[in-house]
Design a protein around this ligand. Structure first.
Ligand code: EPU
Length: 392
């Protein structure tokens, strides 16, 4: 079914809560309906939107906003589960999820089913289709790690295509869908390759520590009474890739580890740092973490030690022969935590996030604060921050 709304209010369709509208809003609930849509007659430009959680509308949109709403939260019915056999054991499940499904509903379902893969991506806002455009990521896992195939409608040939993950050009928060293919494909579903064998990723940020803290506490109903593994496949425990059960138990990680326990732990970490989307509007991380040359990083270390003392350590991650420096750290160092400009604010608990603090911030408020942050970081560190959030 195709539903059309003229002069449509987008306030509830963007997580920033910008009070903006579009000339036409088109909701498509069955992928086949795309064949009957005459794109040339729609008000231009046509913008395909997911959950509206990673974008900033800079004003009223003059064209058409199209949303794939093929979900009805029916993904349990519509999920196509194909198991692959390796060495006689069922180890992987291919699961096809419609584009309009809320990504975290998919994470919750996978954890419930005991399927490993998306648990570290729990609570990321947005929909399944957008996860494949943006290559969403958190706590050492990116969407590309679990995507098998992206199913899309090709607007140029008016056909449905299946694009293998290797052809999608995935990188840090980017893909061909965002660059060379921009505007060409409308994602209708994503097939994920999930594991029945434990594949926990615990080495990023505070995940392992949060699990150990959880292990020290009163056993949760889940760790105390693990859900029986409904699927065939090696049950068991891995406290991290290549770790023995004994090692993990001695570290205090809850046993047996399940995707559900990791999901709950990730949710706990995120809830402490990130604004509750139901209460405060934002689009998650506003900026990408910059990757710089090693000599440039050395100058930043010298500056940070001069300001914070000789023992001070600058957080960073090595990426090949370059260094990724957390933008949150630089924004924090520049004293931006909690800073307000109009209705926009740098979120105090995670300064990488800009929020609509008053509920009536305008796009101009957000852009003014964004520019203030970019200019200050440029001046102090010689780094140009690039927004992760798409400006529409
Ligand atoms: N930091 C500070 N001060 C702060 C906060 C952070 O100095 O107030 C430093 C800390 O050293 C911390 C580091 O910044 O270790 C990095 O912070 P964090 O681990 O919270 O992650 P991030 O790099 O800021 C990225 C993603 C998040 C994702 C987290 C966790 C991007 C743009 N953002 O943030 O993704 O949840 O890692 O994996 O890569 C999103 O995309 O919307 C998002 C929330």
């Amino acid at each position: 079914m195709i539903t059309r709304h003229e002069a449509y209010d987008l306030s509830r369709r963007n997580t920033f809560g910008m009070k903006v509208s579009c000339r036409l809003y088109v909701e498509v609930t069955e992928p086949e309906d795309l064949l009957s849509l005459d794109f040339d007659t729609l008000p231009q430009p046509v913008f395909v939107m997911g959950g509206g959680s990673n974008l900033l509308f800079t004003g009223d949109f003059p064209g058409t906003v199209l949303h794939m709403g093929n979900t009805e939260n029916r993904f349990l019915d519509s999920a196509l589960v194909i198991s692959t056999k390796a060495e006689g054991r069922v180890e992987k499940s291919l699961v096809r999820i419609p584009a309009g499904v809320v990504f975290d509903d998919f994470c919750a379902w996978a954890a419930e089913e005991g399927l490993w893969g998306p648990e570290n991506l729990s609570l990321i806002p947005g929909e399944v289709g957008a996860s494949a455009v943006q290559n969403i990521g958190a706590y050492g896992v990116e969407a590309k790690d679990i995507i098998d195939t992206v199913h899309a409608f090709d607007r140029t040939t008016r056909t449905f295509v299946d694009i293998p993950v290797a052809d999608c050009g995935y990188g840090y928060r980017t893909s061909n869908f965002k660059s060379v293919w921009k505007g060409r494909y409308i994602i209708i579903a994503v097939t994920f390759c999930l594991s029945l064998v434990p594949t926990p990723v615990l080495d990023y940020g505070g995940v392992r520590k949060a699990l150990i803290d959880r292990g020290k506490g009163i056993p949760s109903p889940i760790s105390g009474h693990p859900r029986p593994d409904k699927r065939e496949g090696p049950a068991g425990f891995a406290g991290g890739r290549g770790r023995s059960e004994a090692e993990a138990i001695s570290e205090g990680i809850p046993f047996p580890l399940t995707p559900q326990i990791i999901r709950e732990t990730i949710i706990g970490i995120r809830e402490k740092k990130l604004p509750d989307p139901a209460k405060i509007g934002s689009a998650g991380s506003f900026f990408c973490n910059p990757v710089i040359e090693k000599d440039h990083f050395a100058r930043i270390v010298t500056l940070a030690k001069a300001e914070n003392g000789p023992d001070y350590e600058v957080p960073h991650y090595e990426v090949g022969d370059k260094v990724k420096v957390p933008a949150a750290w630089m924004i924090d160092q520049c004293g931006f935590k909690g800073m307000r400009l109009g209705g926009a604010q740098v979120y105090p608990n995670q300064p990488l996030v800009i929020v609509n603090a008053t509920g009536d911030a305008t796009p101009q408020d957000i852009i003014a604060l964004e520019q203030r942050v970019i200019d200050t970081i440029q001046e102090k560190y010689g780094i140009t921050l690039h927004p992760e959030v798409e400006h529409v």
